[in-house]
Design a protein around this ligand. Structure first.
Ligand SMILES: *[C@@H]1O[C@H](CO)[C@@H](O)[C@H](O)[C@H]1NC(C)=O
Length: 540
């Protein structure tokens, strides 16, 4: 008997290799030790992560708040299971109504892997919020999302003027995080400890590759990082249901996170056998590859995107136009080729599991610049340097040039002084002076105003000298706020006006006067009056 016990003791001995690895139940929480420098707790009541200790320091929480989906899920079923294969893993499953959220640890890795399956509209799940203690990670007034002690609200409760007189908001991404396709992670480092939230591939998110939304917020009391699951400001896509993730909270000692965790690089095959609801293994996915894009214009990046009601993907085209998109769930998709952020071609394609759908060279058929214009204005005030200032400050910010710039004269005024945004209540009735030749005025002309977004049903009507255009209908755009929360990204739409020859001055030495008037029956005052974001104005 004694010998048998000794035998078991020796047999268990190898477990000591995993010093600390494993979980305990402290009555209220599952306490998970990754066997390295990270120990965290998950509430057995509601699945909140209520403690995150890295290297002996607590990072989680402020004002009694935890890290969780939305603002916490309420009483949930919370279960825990460990695996020895394909690796030493611990998985917590949090079930709340139709929503299932997973929190996964892997032996020896200072990461928390998160996955969220949104079942339907019955459980709001727009985000995961990581709430970090303030004053561990740097935050200061140079950050576009920092609300300091002197901040006062200037729009809703979330856009503020800070003590230095600059506008700040959690909606303003700052220079590092712009469009979702441009960043892999959000986070901060003290220099010796980095805390990062690495985004998922967003195949079930919304808004496509150029979507802009909040990613972080900090105040003197709080530091937040977000994974956006669906965001209702400026969205133009339906909300998609099903599994999102993994997105990864990762701690480092030496700066940036491991690139192998980025959605575009990661090999998640070790999730294949964990019983994650909605998981689609790579073996159940396909890909597309395109030979090229013809007639590409200099100075533009081309992006190819796939979208249907269930999934979205994208990939950047190389300089010759070749592109590929991997790990696509099978189905029929709309494939869109974007020049910059403008749709120049769409088609329907089918992706099958385990194979690549190959496309021959695409020739864009809806590039507005393929029309030879008599004149074209396509550079804009306050959008003359990247990152565009209106993506990280409110339009009222003192660092911006006044939107009510002077009248514009074609061929004389720099296009960088033509207002990129126009509001009914701020800078309406903008005038554009232009001349036409005797030959040009023998026929009617088309004036196009391309917009990327409209707020409160704003749309342009025009007059040319004494001629007045019909009043156009509003374009279909995303909900709630947009231009004031750091995004111009809505549905591209071209308002096209057929101007009769009789509208133009017969004295060709004189300047014709085009007036652009934002109209709408909706909207409030000032920067929340009806507005449009202009992409291009031309005449042909
Ligand atoms: C992903 O990892 C698995 C397990 O190590 C491996 O079999 C597979 O080949 C990897 N996939 C890729 C695309 O590298």
């Amino acid at each position: 008997m004694y010998l048998l016990l000794l035998f078991f003791a020796l047999a268990l001995k190898p477990l000591l290799v995993f010093a600390g690895w494993g979980y305990t139940d402290d009555g209220s929480n599952y306490v998970i030790d990754v066997g390295s420098k990270l120990v965290f707790k998950v509430s057995k009541t509601n699945g909140d992560i209520n403690s995150i200790v890295y290297g002996g320091t607590e990072y989680q929480g402020y004002s009694g708040k935890n890290s969780h989906i939305e603002s916490g899920l309420g009483k949930s079923s919370v279960t825990i299971v460990s695996y020895n294969s394909p690796a030493n893993l611990i998985k917590v499953t949090v079930t709340y109504g139709t929503l299932v959220h997973y929190i996964v640890a892997r032996y020896g890795q200072n990461n928390i892997y998160l996955l969220t399956n949104k079942g339907d509209v019955s459980v709001p799940a727009s985000r995961f919020i990581l709430r970090l203690k303030p004053n561990i990670l740097p935050h200061d007034s140079s950050m576009s999302d920092f609300y300091d002690d002197g901040s006062t609200a200037i729009e809703a409760t979330d856009v503020v003027l800070n003590s230095q007189g600059y506008t700040k908001s959690k909606h303003y991404q700052g220079s590092n995080y712009g469009r979702v396709m441009d960043f892999d992670y959000v986070g901060k480092t003290t220099g010796s400890v980095g805390v990062w939230l690495i985004r998922s591939n967003h195949e079930k998110a919304s808004g496509g590759p150029f979507f802009r939304s909040l990613v972080r917020r900090s105040t003197v009391e709080a530091d937040d990082l977000y994974e956006i699951l669906f965001y209702n400001m400026g969205h133009t896509d339906p909300e998609r249901w099903g599994l999102q993730g993994p997105y990864v909270l990762s701690f480092t000692d030496d700066g940036a996170p491991n690139t192998a965790l980025f959605a575009r690089n990661a090999n998640w095959s070790w999730f294949d056998t964990l019983g994650i609801k909605g998981w689609v293994a790579d073996s159940g996915r396909g890909s597309i590859s395109g030979a090229g894009i013809a007639n590409m214009k200099d100075g533009y990046t081309y992006t190819v995107a796939l979208s249907n009601t269930d999934y979205q993907y994208w990939g950047a085209a190389k300089s010759g136009g070749a592109y590929s998109i991997k790990r696509v769930v099978p189905g029929t998709y709309t494939l869109t080729v974007y020049k910059g952020e403008y749709e120049v071609y769409t088609t329907s394609i089918t992706v099958n599991a385990g194979s690549a759908t190959e496309l021959s060279t695409i020739t864009p058929n809806s590039d507005p610049s393929d029309v030879t214009a008599i004149w074209r204005i396509d550079g804009f005030l306050n959008f003359d340097s990247k990152p565009y200032k209106p993506t990280y400050m409110h339009p009222s910010d003192s660092r911006l040039s006044p939107w009510d710039a002077g009248d514009f004269t074609v061929g004389v005024t720099a296009t960088s002084s033509f207002p990129g945004y126009m509001w009914k209540d701020v800078n309406n009735g903008h005038l554009v002076y232009f001349k036409l030749t005797a030959e040009q005025i023998t026929s009617g002309k088309t004036i196009r105003i391309g917009i990327t977004e409209a707020f409160a049903n704003g749309r342009p009507a025009i007059t040319v000298n004494g001629w007045t255009s019909p009043l156009p209908a509003a374009s279909i755009q995303g909900g709630t706020r947009s231009l004031t929360v750091g995004t111009y990204r809505g549905n591209n739409f071209i308002h096209s006006f057929a101007v009769p020859a009789s509208a133009f001055l017969t004295d060709v030495t004189q300047w014709n006067v085009l007036k652009i008037i934002v109209i709408s029956g909706s909207g409030n005052a000032g920067y929340l009056s009806a507005g449009i974001s202009i992409d291009c104005v031309d005449l042909y």
